[in-house]
Design a protein around this ligand. Structure first.
Ligand code: ZN
Length: 248
């Protein structure tokens, strides 16, 4: 049984999107990002690895550079100027308190009202086994919400004393909504009628990555149209990208 999807709320100004790899945002969510930035909202990306193990024919030390460059170009297409990479190793991101705290520190830096993570479940949107990087980063993203808001957790002593008079600046408890992209259990959606072309272009900006996958020309548009039209059945016949609301 399927139920209708609710619109993702728009009562926010700043969003932070946290994913494991370059391209995680483009295969699904970037249409929503383009719609948000077109409406004047600010979106930041935090990407835990450079996706350096993602091109079979290219050694990681070269692929990391290529994929970072392609990700920055892709972000620019959908109105995102700020893309931050952390130096986690693609394919080997374990869950740890350090990972959680690094994400919490980014939450404090960017002060988002909307936090978007990437599928933390065992299976993907299409029912396949999800990767450990996605599961671990997704779960750490959800756990980071509480850490960012807790004076006594996850603090770097060099940042200052959280119990001092101005200690609240080291925290962020202003997240209103948490959504997970690419979830097998979507509850909400964003209309991408006007932003689908930007979403396609943002996927196609991953030029060398897509070439490495050997996808035929037009594959990005075909894939995104398939996704967004499948969601439309539950969203008033509007092409849309799905998200799962998580009550954190
Ligand atoms: Zn990924």
């Amino acid at each position: 049984m399927t139920t209708d999807l609710e619109p993702v709320p728009e009562d926010w100004e700043r969003a932070l999107i946290v994913v494991a790899h370059p391209d995680d945002i483009e295969f699904g969510s970037s249409g929503a990002v383009a719609a948000w930035t077109a409406a004047g909202k600010t979106v930041h990306y935090l990407i835990l690895s450079r996706g350096e193990a993602g091109i079979d024919s290219m050694p990681p030390e070269k692929a990391g550079e290529v994929r970072e460059r392609e990700q920055r170009a892709s972000a620019e297409i959908v109105g995102v100027a700020d893309v931050e990479f952390l130096d986690y190793a693609d394919g080997s991101i374990s869950y740890s308190e350090t990972l959680r705290d690094h994400i919490a520190a980014a939450i404090v830096r960017h002060r988002p009202e909307l936090l978007v993570g990437y599928n933390h479940h065992d299976v993907t949107f299409s029912g396949k086994w999800n990767t450990s990087d996605h599961r671990n980063v997704g779960r750490a993203t959800l756990d980071a919400v509480g850490v960012a808001a807790n004076r006594w957790l996850g603090r770097d002593p060099s940042d200052g004393d959280p119990s001092a008079a101005d200690g609240d600046e080291l925290l962020w408890a202003g997240i209103k909504h948490v959504f997970m992209a690419a979830s097998p259990n979507p509850t909400h959606a964003v209309d991408v009628t006007d932003s689908l072309d930007a979403a396609v272009a943002s996927v196609e900006a991953h030029v060398e990555y897509l070439a490495g996958l050997g996808l035929p020309e037009g594959a990005a548009r075909f894939g995104l149209e398939q996704l967004t039209s499948s969601v439309a059945e539950r969203f008033g016949d509007r092409p849309a990208v799905p998200f799962e609301c998580v009550d954190v």
